[in-house]
Design a protein around this ligand. Structure first.
Ligand code: FAD
Length: 424
């Protein structure tokens, strides 16, 4: 492996899906690209259910065949279970659109992220794990390089210059925090407690597995149920941080097991599914994960993936947004290199439309947390919105057919419907 050079065209901080995608696309075009990741790869991560629209980015990255040949189970749909235990009819993607792109996967994130990182290396990016970005060096408001801390504890920090710096550090949002741009969403102060189980129920009707979203009877929380390869299932509890942890003395003393079991008692369907299951590893906790940034690009820098922002895990949109933002940012950076213009306007030119499109999922998240969104009932009363709802669940919000305009008509009826449900 060659030593890190003093200067690159593009320096990407973070080796998750967003960082590896940006690095692969920029390096593939022939620009000297360095990606640094602070952990030892491969590393585990939450976020295992993909949205089908990731298909097109896998295709462009050249990893679609690897996904198709992988051991990851096919995700064929989404299902909701209400707080009373009533199960909605599953939303099967292929009955909506029979093409291969309507199906996706439930992935092991250590394997998946590793595969994307290897792909970046194959495209020509230099990738260094166990290498931390300490801070971005700015000159006259322009990013000019990154201070890196090497693999060994005693290693001195070192400035590596770059014409373009990409922040793909996920929820750490290194540059967003450094510049004081991060805004937490006070309405979505959530906590998630999650783990893997063996021997839980598995339903493969429809030719694959489904992501199931189950409301607990307490109406204070919901669970995800994501069957993985083999007989593993990922189960996560998500709730309002203050409500869910109200009996805890302080966060550090949070007993995740007690809270998880307490809410599980309120979710009969999930209790049945987990009846014969054994925990495969200790539960993990993730806190406060919804935020955005006042600005996501500047001269010589841009934020992608979770470093750009994060809405909520309920519709499994995070990895799609990470891949898509990375693709759009990479295209803007490449155009910037060609035109010798790495201004905020150039490298962030994709941001307004990206925000507008992802806002559709944000609205669907708000509907979910209104407490009144009974998906099956809404679709029964408004069958004309079924197509658009499934499009949203597939993540088909970026590349809508020409002439069709921005999706979102569903909200013309959904918003007043939620209000009526709330008043009834
Ligand atoms: C509770 C929960 C459940 C979720 N469930 C889903 C789901 O089912 N489906 C889905 O699509 N999404 C889900 N997500 C979201 C998904 O996990 C993220 O959107 C996705 O991982 C974002 O990818 P990324 O590359 O932007 O960031 P990450 O995957 O977080 O990668 C960022 C990388 O940057 C590295 N890094 C951080 N700081 C530094 C530094 N200073 N120097 C170098 N490297 C650094 C980190 O170690 C990390 O490897 C969930 C999120 C949460 C919180």
């Amino acid at each position: 492996m060659t030593a890190i050079q003093p200067e690159y065209d593009c320096l990407v901080m973070g080796g998750g899906p967003a960082g590896s995608t940006t690095a692969a696309l920029v390096a593939e075009a022939g620009y000297r690209t360095l990606l640094v990741e602070r952990t030892a790869m491969p590393r585990a991560s939450v976020g295992e259910s993909l949205m089908p629209e990731t298909y097109w980015i896998f295709k462009r990255l050249g990893v679609l065949n690897k996904m198709q040949a992988s051991r990851f189970p096919h995700k064929v749909g989404v299902q909701f279970v209400g707080s009373s235990g009533k199960e909605s009819a599953p939303f099967f993607f292929r009955s909506h659109d029979p093409r291969a792109c309507s199906q996706t996967w439930h992935v092991d994130r250590a394997e998946f992220d590793w595969m994307l990182l290897q792909n970046a290396i194959a495209k020509g990016a230099e990738c260094r794990d166990r290498t931390r970005a300490l801070n971005v060096v700015m000159e006259d408001d322009r990013a000019v390089g990154v201070k890196l801390q090497g693999k060994s504890p005693g290693d001195p920090s070192r400035l590596i210059k770059a014409r373009m710096v990409v922040d793909a550090t996920g929820q750490k949002t290194l540059l967003g925090n450094q510049l004081g741009l991060r805004r937490m969403n006070p309405d979505l102060r959530k906590v998630a407690i999650w783990g893997h189980f063996r021997g839980a129920a598995r339903d493969e009707t429809g030719g694959g597995v489904k992501t199931v979203i189950l409301h607990s009877g307490s109406k204070k929380s919901w669970f995800w149920y994501i069957p993985l390869a083999g007989d593993l299932v990922s189960v996560g509890l998500v709730g309002d941080r203050d409500t869910l942890l109200s009996n805890q003395l302080d966060d550090d003393r949070l007993d995740s097991e007690i809270v998880f079991q307490r809410e599980l008692q309120q979710c009969q369907v999930l209790r049945d599914w987990l009846e014969n299951a054994k925990a495969a590893k200790p539960l993990q906790v993730v806190k406060e994960f919804s935020y955005s940034h006042d600005r996501a690009a500047g001269d010589g820098w841009v934020l992608v993936g979770d470093a750009w922002g994060f809405i909520d895990p309920v519709y499994s949109s995070g990895v799609l947004f990470a891949l898509k933002s990375a693709e759009l940012a990479a295209d803007a950076i490449l155009e910037g290199f060609r035109q010798n213009d790495l201004s905020a306007a150039m490298v962030g030119r994709w941001l307004p439309e990206f925000a507008e499109r992802t806002n559709l999922i944000r609205k669907l998240v708000a509907a979910f947390y209104s407490g009144n969104f009974r998906v099956g009932k809404f679709i029964q009363q408004h069958p004309e919105h079924r197509t658009e709802l499934v499009d949203l669940l597939i993540g088909r919000i970026f590349d809508t057919p020409s002439g069709q305009g921005l999706p979102g008509k569903i909200f013309d009826d959904l918003d007043p419907w939620l209000q009526r449900m709330g008043n009834s």
